[in-house]
Write a protein that binds this ligand. Structure first.
Ligand SMILES: Nc1ncnc2c1ncn2[C@@H]1O[C@H](COP(=O)(O)OP(=O)(O)OP(=O)(O)O)[C@@H](O)[C@H]1O
Ligand SMILES: [Mg+2]
Length: 215
């Protein structure tokens, strides 16, 4: 039984908001759950994330970016995801392998076949059984992320990815939609322009149906 669920989508599409809401709900239902995220799901991953997101790291080349995300994934799978799945927990992960195909293959233009092989090596065949994809026009997501960062007065506000051009984000969005079209049994598509409450109820519906099918 695979209870690994991933949340994917463009910047500011509401992944972190909804993973928290779903996690709280599952806890209230006494379903053992672990919430985690990439690349910062482990202490080592957080250090790797500092390099990846820091807006001053303009020299970071796409190949380095790919390998750093995959290094964080290798650590995350072995240290957090696999042990949690093996102990019978449902794992909710904010971004995973689909993000690597969307951002580093489609967004940066790296070879998808190489990305797939390197990802398999790092992820040890740990694949999500269910992926919730938050889709919305990238301008709206970037605007939401921008106001969030301003509210938090985060020193890393507007990270390296948020500062990318609209083109880049459009390629990422389209790549996610292509992944959805190619894997309809795994993906659930969410219209992320709806309200937080409406989305919460869609996500909960999809996930509870999935969990009941697993039992
Ligand atoms: N459905 C919604 N409608 C309007 N605003 C929303 C909605 N969902 C989330 N937000 C707000 O948009 C901002 C971005 O949301 P959130 O951080 O959850 O997105 P994210 O997908 O995790 O972003 P990132 O890709 O940067 O991690 C937050 O300020 C959040 O409160
Ligand atoms: Mg987030």
């Amino acid at each position: 039984m695979n209870t690994f669920i991933t949340f994917e989508g463009v910047e500011g599409s509401g992944k972190s908001t909804q993973i928290k809401r779903l996690g709280d709900y599952l806890e209230r239902e006494n379903i053992p759950v672990v919430l985690t995220q990439e690349p910062s799901g482990t202490p080592i991953g957080r250090k790797i994330g500092d390099i990846l997101f820091h807006r001053e790291n303009v020299a970071l080349c796409p190949e380095t970016e790919l390998l750093l995300f995959l290094a964080a994934r290798a650590q995350h799978v072995r240290e957090v995801i696999l042990p949690a799945l093996q102990s019978g927990k449902t794992v909710l992960c904010d971004r995973y392998s689909d993000a690597t195909f969307a951002y580093q293959a489609a967004g940066r233009g790296l070879d998808p076949a190489f990305v797939a092989a390197a990802n398999d090596y790092c992820a040890m065949q740990v694949k999500p059984a269910l992926t919730i994809l938050f889709d919305l026009p990238v301008e709206i997501g970037l605007a939401r992320a921008g106001s969030r960062d301003a509210r938090r007065k985060d020193p890393a506000a507007a990270d390296r990815f948020e500062r990318e051009k609209i083109d880049f984000h459009d390629r990422v969005r389209q790549a996610y939609l292509n992944l959805y079209a190619a894997n309809p049994e795994r993906f659930r598509l969410i219209d992320a322009s709806k309200s937080e409450d409406e989305i919460e109820s869609c996500v909960r519906g999809h996930v509870m149906k999935f969990i009941h099918q697993q039992q």
